[in-house]
Design a protein around this ligand. Structure first.
Ligand code: PHE
Length: 374
């Protein structure tokens, strides 16, 4: 009887000693490969007598199974060790300081917008919005611009190409069309644009809204850009008068410019949608390019305003014998230029990161101007 224990022990020793997968594979080929030592033994079974085969068969097969199992165990162990080594080698040192993060800045217009909203929210106004692409009705007709009236030209309107229905839409030239949308919304269940919820107050005023948004006119110089931002205000109730308008604007100007000393005046003006109309000027002091608001001997135009024209109320289904109110329209960017000393409006929208680093605001700073002043 042949004893295979010597071969088994020699292979076991070599398998246990194999230090990498390549060495192990060499041993496997040598023993179990096509002409490996154990494969040859298996082949020899064919040449044996039946009796011999009955005896040797189980021994050789057992030898093969044992060696194959040992090789598989060793292979798993070597693979695990290889993975461990790889993980250790590729470890990332998380204690290294990261490269300095670039902080974004809040654009001055957005900072000013936050400040304005904070002041008007304190005064009890809510927010409304409307679309940038308007129709002639909301931008002009309902606001009492007569058809073909030169006042329509005054605005240097960007007109869109005529659509299939023969209408020409436009980029709104002011936020005043949202006056119309807000008043209409009292009566009609208009979905969408007005941000402050479903029709309110059983279809009746009071209304007290501000409307911030983008506006467009074909114009470009140091104080004009084709796109700019306005904030509309609209207050409608039974007995609103110009005294309320003046008080509201005075409050706003004092808080926004963080000065209790504001002297303002109404200067007569014309807007088709207000009667009487005015521009409000604020006392200021100019020294060179710098303007100080609230004191001095100069006047600075700051906002257009007036009492809502009866035709506008009528166009929105409100009876002007019952309801009246005021409206105003601020240039948001312009207020930012005045407060934060930006000399050229065009820079505001040139997307120059260096400019934004300089004139922008930290995102983690509470907007000022909202509280602290009485
Ligand atoms: N819409 C006017 C403008 O853009 C401003 C304004 C608004 C005037 C509301 C009066 C009332 O010039």
């Amino acid at each position: 009887m042949t004893d295979y224990s010597e071969l088994a022990r020699a292979l076991d020793e070599r398998i246990a000693a194999a230090t990498d997968l390549a060495a192990l594979e060499a041993i496997r080929v040598e023993a179990l490969g096509k002409s490996g030592s154990i494969s040859e033994l298996l082949k020899s079974l064919g040449r044996m007598s039946p009796d011999e085969r009955r005896e040797q068969g189980p021994l050789i097969n057992g030898l093969r199974d044992g060696v194959a199992a040992h090789i598989a165990r060793r292979k798993a162990a070597l693979e695990a060790a290889e993975l461990d080594a790889k993980l250790a080698a590729e470890q990332v040192d998380l204690s290294l300081p990261p490269p300095p993060a670039r902080r974004g800045r809040v654009h001055p217009t957005m900072q000013v917008l936050d400040e304005m909203i904070a002041v008007f929210a304190d005064l009890g106004f809510s927010l409304a919005e409307g679309p940038d692409i308007e129709d002639d009705f909301h931008n002009f007709t309902a606001l009492n611009f007569p058809p073909k009236h030169p006042a329509r030209e005054m605005h240097d309107t960007f007109w869109l190409p005529e659509n299939e229905r023969g209408e020409r839409k436009l980029l709104r030239t002011h936020t005043s069309p949202v006056q119309i949308r807000t008043m209409q919304r009292l009566n009609e269940k208009l979905p969408g644009w007005i941000a402050n919820g479903p029709p309110q107050n059983n279809g009746q005023p009071p209304i007290r809204v501000i409307v911030p948004g983008r506006t467009y006119r074909s114009d470009s110089d140091a104080t004009h850009t084709p796109m700019f931002h306005q904030m509309e205000g609209l207050v409608i109730d039974r007995a609103i008068h110009m005294g309320h308008l003046k008080w509201t604007l005075d409050q706003f100007i004092a808080r926004y410019f963080e000065t209790p000393l504001v002297e303002t005046r109404f200067r007569p003006h014309h807007f088709p949608f207000t009667e009487p109309s005015a521009e409000m000027d604020v006392k200021c002091e100019r020294s060179g390019a710098e303007i100080k608001i609230g004191q001095g001997n100069d006047w600075l135009e700051i906002v257009g305003c007036g009492m809502v024209h009866p035709n506008v109320l009528r166009n929105c289904g409100l009876d002007p014998d019952v309801w009246q109110g005021f409206a105003f329209g601020f240039g948001i960017d312009r207020l930012g230029m005045l407060k934060y000393g930006v000399p050229d409006l065009r820079d505001m929208f040139s997307s120059d990161v260096r400019w934004l680093e300089h004139y922008g605001f930290s995102a983690f700073q509470a907007p000022n101007g909202s509280t602290g002043l009485s």
